[in-house]
Design a protein around this ligand. Structure first.
Ligand code: AMP
Length: 541
């Protein structure tokens, strides 16, 4: 009997799905809606729809970017005679939409602005208003349909019958959620089990939870912990096979060309010809002390004059993990085993300083030593833990002294007086882990230099999604670390909280908005304050 070949699906299916997803806040309902669609479309469309719902035109590990601004999109919209008017409603297929996105990413050089506009207009001309709505949101990176990655992964599991755990693992290793969905649905568990680490495809780094104090770490890590210096640098993963070396940042960007001395290191200092090792680079200043993070980032942004930068801002590498060596994926091994392999591969002075102890006084001395040497604190790693890509959990804890939060700028007000002409009052938000929504927890104009005001005004305008007379609302993209005195309850914001005396300490270009702090963590921090403080007898807002 002939197999039923699924026809290319219409883009309207995606638009209607997005609308239904936006209309329900129930997680299980969202999973059901998505899996129903994934089951009935062709394998190629499964990949596209999954990517679309994740708000991405291309897979995460794909270096291509679209960078469509609000201005370009509204210019394309002006040329409209929407499909409804021309009577060809529902003619556009999902594959056609993605083919155009690929063409858009290829446009380069002279006249590219016009070419992009033409491509975009021709696409929007064929979409219905509902389709335009969700296509625009996807292009601006602002889906707002309440589908977080976890929901999408669970929907893939539901549609394919493969376990959630296996789907999650494959996704972490593979770097393309669309392809994972396709594999799961067409080939099932057997295909996902075969997904391993792939050299030159960046791996999402394992993350740490903030520890309340040292005793908490000792209590959680019953099998013991290693305490390593926590560096205030930039995390890198170095991939090598024979003569080929590629280095990726924490945000999975390829930074190979900006740090040639690390490429040399990988080729000459590591005793293996095929590996994936991970560590932190720190920029050294006077007296060999680490320089502020912002100065280090100048090395990474650099495109020209790299040789000069190599001399002006020397880097030091501290390695702390190995994920693959001589073809073997090592992420399921325990921390101690991975550390032993790493130590056998690299010179001892490139390893992160560390101690293994259960004595909290020793840990405290080690913490003070780290701070004195200009580092940020300590990382505590469970001796028996595996490497869980992309996961933040208690297997790794970070121990940092100050009250700092990583928040996302979601809007900014035009300044007045000395700050006129600058977007200078920033609306700071944390993420809701359950819905993916960004919730404002305060505003600040403190902490920036004039040059930074200038730079950020330009960046924010590129990220604009709408504006009112005084305020520009932007795509949540810029992550900043804010110092604050206290987390307060507040009825002013929907989040229910406000940060007291917030000021921007630094830009965290190495972090994605998904990695910012969450409302869930803020709630915990709020509660924790009462361990040392008294509560009011009645809550006064
Ligand atoms: P945070 O940026 O505060 O979420 O802390 C996690 C980051 O600390 C990682 O992404 C690394 O860039 C950095 N880091 C510094 N030292 C270490 C270390 N010894 N092990 C793991 N991560 C480290």
């Amino acid at each position: 009997m002939a197999q039923l070949v699924k026809q290319p699906a219409k883009f309207s299916i995606v638009a209607h799905l997005c609308r239904s997803l936006e209309e329900t806040s129930r997680r299980n309902e969202k999973i059901r809606l998505i899996s129903e669609v994934l089951r009935k479309i062709s394998p190629e469309d499964v990949s596209y729809v999954t990517l679309f719902l994740a708000g991405k035109p291309f897979p995460e590990a794909d270096p291509r970017v679209l960078e469509i601004s609000y201005a370009t999109l509204s210019a394309a919209g002006k040329t409209l005679n929407q499909a409804l008017l021309s009577g060809n409603e529902d003619s556009l297929t999902i594959a056609e939409v993605f083919a155009t996105l690929e063409k858009l990413a290829e446009v380069k050089g002279a006249g590219s602005k016009e070419k992009r506009l033409a491509l975009l207009s021709s696409l929007i001309n064929r979409t219905t208003p509902l389709e335009t709505e969700y296509l625009s949101r996807m292009l601006l990176g602002e889906m707002r349909i309440g589908v977080v990655e976890g929901v999408l992964l669970d929907a893939i599991a539901e549609a394919s019958g493969v376990s959630r755990q296996l789907v999650r693992r494959a996704h972490m290793l593979h770097g393309d959620i669309g392809d994972v969905a396709r594999l799961a649905i067409t080939e099932g568990a057997a295909a996902l089990e075969k997904v391993g680490l792939r050299l030159f495809v960046p791996v999402k780094p394992m993350l740490a939870e903030m520890a309340e104090d040292i005793p908490q770490v000792l209590a959680e890590h019953k099998e013991g912990s290693a305490f390593e210096y926590k560096f205030d640098g930039a995390r890198i993963q170095i991939h090598r096979k024979s003569d080929q070396v590629r280095i990726f940042s924490r945000r999975l960007t390829d930074v190979t060309d900006s740090i040639p001395e690390m490429v040399d290191y990988a080729k000459t200092k590591v005793k293996a010809s095929e590996f994936l090792i991970e560590g932190e680079v720190v920029a050294l200043g006077e007296g060999g002390k680490p320089v502020p993070f912002q100065d280090l980032m100048r090395r990474f942004r650099r495109v020209h004059g790299i040789e000069e930068m190599v001399e002006r801002i020397p880097l030091r590498l501290y390695l702390f993990d190995v994920l693959q060596s001589e073809g073997k994926t090592l992420i399921d091994l325990q921390y101690t085993e991975r550390w032993d392999i790493l130590s056998s591969l690299v010179p001892p002075d490139s390893l992160a300083p560390r101690i293994v102890t259960r004595d909290s006084e020793f840990v405290d001395d080690f913490l003070q030593a780290a701070l004195k040497e200009g580092h940020e604190g300590l990382m505590a790693k469970s001796l028996t833990s595996d490497y869980s890509p992309g996961a933040r959990g208690k297997k790794w804890f970070k121990i940092k002294p100050a009250d700092r939060l990583d928040v996302v700028i979601v809007a900014a007000d035009w300044g007045s007086g000395r700050r006129v002409g600058w977007l200078s009052n920033y609306h700071l938000a944390v993420r809701d882990d359950d819905t993916g929504e960004y919730l404002v927890v305060g505003k600040t104009f403190k902490g920036l230099t004039d040059a930074e005001f200038d730079m950020i005004t330009k960046r924010l305008q590129e990220l604009k999604i709408r504006e009112t007379k005084w305020t520009v609302h932007v795509k949540p993209e810029i992550v900043v670390e804010v110092a604050h005195n206290e987390v307060q309850k507040s009825s002013r914001y929907k989040s229910g909280f406000a940060l007291r005396f917030a000021r921007i300490a630094k830009f965290r270009d190495d972090k994605t908005p998904e990695e910012a702090d969450t409302i869930q963590r803020l709630r915990k921090l709020y509660e924790k304050q009462f361990e040392n403080k008294g509560r009011l007898l009645t809550e006064v807002l």
